[in-house]
Write a protein that binds this ligand. Sequence first.
Ligand code: SF4
Length: 319
Amino acid sequence: MGTLGVLGLELIEMDTPPTTAYLQIYTEKRCMANCQFCAQASGSQADRNHIARGLYVPAELEPVVKRLKIAFERGYLARACIQTAFYDTWWHDTVYLIKKIRSLSPIPISLSVFPLSDERYEELQKLGVNELVIPLDACTPQLFDMIKGKNAGSPFSWETHMDGLKRAARIFGKVGTHIMLGLGESDEDAVGVIGELWKNKVNPALFSYTYIPGTQLVIHDKNENITGHYRKVQLARHLIVEGIAGYGDMRFENGVLCDFGAGSDMILSIIEEGEAFRTSGCPDCNRPMANETFSKIYNFPRKPDDTEIENIRKDLGLA
Ligand code: SF4
């Protein structure tokens, strides 16, 4: 909906507009996979206009692509992010959309997809996809099986996703993934997988699990202090990707992160600066309100203000 607002196809008020165009390929068909958190899944009863909290209102392709070109030229949008479900003609539709965009504009394109063959990765690269994203979503093989693997009635496995990420990273030079927090994982589970992914040229973007009515996932042992957990993992991710501290430098007690492996002055200045708590992922992605409410912002779509920094300190138990 925010993308349609920036493209001038919907009249909406936004305090922070998206800097990336979020494009979900619309189909009447449900996805053949059954990721338990997802509105598109085969067993979901949810409205298909949603992915997480985001509302994706169907729009005509031609005006969207033409306006995308103009929005990129004028600096309103810096990237197009395409997401697709797994249905019979998904490859054909995805290639069609990429070619349509590329025929008009050099806007950087990200594509979020499941693991594919090396031949298809290479074809996507030739078509002009700049960043490939393969969402892992879970921090451990057990959580993966529960939310999108064999226990969820989905065709995916941790091993094939990890393999698909590593192969894509070799072909594209680097690759993106999504990690969803709030599924019952510990700080150590999350920071451990982030460290491992980063070592393999995989950039993990963080999301907070958001319940969508009609989806199948019911979380029994969600971390009680989800905000504190989220902030710690954001901070640890920042230290890892900036090369300030690695997973091996950090200390955990019973899965709880108790030492970031960097000096306290450094940690305080990173908190003050706020960058660690902004939306993570591909360059120029700010994903406003993708998994937030106005009272609880997990990923800041812009630099957090002084009050927000103060709240982040409280979330981290420092104020
Ligand atoms: S593969 Fe993607 S669209 Fe399909 S159910 Fe899983 S998350 Fe949803």
